[in-house]
Design a protein around this ligand. Structure first.
Ligand SMILES: *[C@@H]1O[C@H](CO)[C@@H](O)[C@H](O)[C@H]1NC(C)=O
Length: 133
């Protein structure tokens, strides 16, 4: 029975073609995204698909994070893994996840050279008590 459930979970992940991350409530979720390595990142936007586009999970602009633009539920819980974003590493950690954090997280990167979005990441986060898929 269990192996059928595992198989179905895998199938869902493969078919959706998304990076899927499954974590338990209270854990930290690493939202990984690799941007361009040799460009100056002027704007970094982490959003969740079901939130309004100006309700950010994390916003970084003019060389600093903007906490004022963060959605209430993410304030104080999101940090860059590498604050210097060395080599285009724009991964963030979402700390102490809750069941309501489940959703599709999208990252958009804008560089100085192009002044438009040059790279996107998409991660499906599932917060669940272990056992279910
Ligand atoms: C980004 O940096 C963090 C912290 O140094 C590291 O753990 C992570 O693996 C890096 N991610 C990528 C995609 O390089």
């Amino acid at each position: 029975m269990l192996s059928v459930a595992v198989f179905l979970c895998l199938l869902v992940i493969l078919v959706s073609g998304l990076k899927e991350l499954i974590v338990n409530p209270g854990q930290d979720a690493p939202l990984q995204c690799q941007g361009p390595r040799d460009a100056e990142i002027t704007l970094l936007e982490w959003n969740r698909a079901d939130l309004k586009s100006d309700d950010y999970v994390f916003l970084y602009r003019n060389q600093r994070p903007y906490e004022n633009y963060q959605h209430e539920s993410f304030k104080g819980r999101v940090n860059l893994m590498d604050p210097s974003m060395k080599d285009g590493n724009v991964s963030v950690t979402l700390r102490n996840v809750k069941l309501t954090d489940t959703g599709t997280y999208k990252c958009q990167i804008t560089t100085k050279e192009t002044e438009s979005v040059v790279h996107e990441c998409s991660i499906s986060l599932k917060v669940t008590t272990s056992g279910d898929c």
